[in-house]
Design a protein around this ligand. Structure first.
Ligand code: ADP
Ligand code: MG
Length: 140
């Protein structure tokens, strides 16, 4: 399996509780390198565009409101099989169903405020990385 990149977001519930470093430690200890990172407050338009795939879902408006409720940390993680590796480190969408030792199990507050986003495929990772970063922002 080749080196890959994936888009990660540390969500407002986690930045509010000062968990950026604790979450980044999980990535680095698992062998994923943080090759780009920026703390930002998403606009409503950015949140709606980023989560456009979910626009028909009942939780879409709430999700966009949550994602703009405080700062987020957008980041590119790089490593072996990074997309799947990050999904494993994150755990299931609903923290209640996440495996022990995952970020969402240990830090997530609810199915919505679940502390982290991670791309779900290499194709979506490329799209999501380009949403936030220029190639020159990423230093591998
Ligand atoms: P994942 O983030 O694990 O890829 P999804 O892509 O299905 O999960 O959903 C995107 C985000 O929308 C989730 O991380 C979570 O913040 C929110 N979400 C998903 N399902 C629900 C739900 N049933 N109720 C409220 N928010 C949800
Ligand atoms: Mg998803």
């Amino acid at each position: 399996m080749a080196t890959q990149r994936t888009l990660s977001i540390i969500k407002p519930d986690a930045t509010r509780r000062n968990l950026t470093g604790a979450i980044n430690k999980r990535f680095e200890e698992a062998g994923l390198a943080i090759v780009a990172q920026r703390r930002v407050r998403l606009t409503d338009a950015q949140a709606r565009a980023f989560y456009a795939v979910h626009r028909e879902r009942a939780f879409y408006d709430d999700l966009c409101a949550f994602m703009t409720s405080g700062p987020v940390v957008v980041q590119v993680l790089e490593g072996e099989n990074a997309v799947e590796a990050n999904r494993t480190i994150m755990g299931a969408t609903n923290p209640a169903n996440a495996d022990a030792g995952t970020i969402r199990k240990d830090f997530g507050e609810s199915v919505e405020a679940n502390s982290v986003h991670g791309s779900d495929s290499p194709e979506n990772a490329a799209i999501e990385i380009a949403f936030f970063f220029a190639e020159t922002d990423i230093v591998g």
